[in-house]
Write a protein that binds this ligand. Sequence first.
Ligand code: NAD
Ligand code: UDP
Length: 323
Amino acid sequence: MVKRILVTGGAGFLGSHLCDRLVRQGHDVICLDNLFTSQKSNIEHLLHERNFEFIRHDVTEPIMLEVDEIYNLACPAAPGHYQFNPIKTMKTSVLGAMNMLGLAKRVKAKIFHASTSEVYGDPDVHPQPESYRGNVNPIGPRACYDEGKRAAETLFFDYHRQNRVNIRVVRIFNTYGPRMHPYDGRVVSNFIRQAIAGEPITLYGEGTQTRSFCFVDDLLDGFVALMSAPDDLPGPVNIGNPTEFTIRELAELTVELAGSKSEIVRAKPLPVDDPLQRRPDITLARTRLGWEPKIPLREGLARTIAYFRSIDISKYRAPTPNY
Ligand code: NAD
Ligand code: UDP
């Protein structure tokens, strides 16, 4: 059945891939974005499609649309971007969630929310199952994002309980792939950009901190599986790749795959509240959605390096100075 689907943050890295999929499936897709951390080139190829439209709008302001489903992805995601204007980040998470939930309630739309592994903070349970309540510093530099996302989850579950809104909440773990912004300051984009340019690869701290990297195509399979799952699964559901790497291992693999001569340097101390370890427990996604990632880091990274080589990085404007 053809649905009218709203994707907030639809011009961003994940949002633009999601719009691609939904347009391909024949749905009527409305992409809403204020282009804070993205650019129109991510969706340029969709602008001429009859079942795609773009609205430049800020989710902190209400909007009235007739839709059947909403994917709420609007929010800066890279630490440098969300820390640039932390008050705005909190508003985007909280007011954005309220506006979209209000819309979902009025038009009886099913609503999906992109939450994050950051709700677990610097975790003292490893790997992290959905039942883990986290270790977040509420007053640190990452709090605008972590606590904003936690409050958004609260709103989703309260609208679900109080107003019977049909919700789906995913907790996304570090995801990478083509269309990451070259100046988002995230580790994968930084390392690839640096490796291609032959510049030093900037480790923060010793590089012993860990992350688990999921390729974007795998993540989207998980999104779609959760959205079409039975209504008794509002989430939260962890979606991510459970294979864990140290940041130094990521640096070494990037240099190898890019055929680069870049040296790996300790560029600065570990940022405040930077989680030391992160790996999803995906038992729930495996058992309830039959989902698990398929693309290993080596393959996904090679594809992402090929993408970065295919674009003209000098045409990209850094959304914030933090990269
Ligand atoms: P992104 O920065 O590429 O995309 C976010 C999009 O939201 C951008 O297009 C940006 O312009 C838009 N946006 C920001 N504030 C807005 C506002 N007030 N109104 C309208 N649009 C706004 O980042 P992404 O990696 O694609 O992340 C998408 C979502 O997934 C975010 O909610 C993020 O928190 C979540 N997430 C991503 C990851 C990851 O590893 N990529 C991990 C955890 C959670
Ligand atoms: N990092 C790094 N060098 C960089 C960028 C990031 O060593 O140039 C580290 C960062 O300190 C963190 C990890 O890589 O430990 C992942 O950072 P990212 O900003 O991608 O996302 P996070 O998982 O922290 O939200």
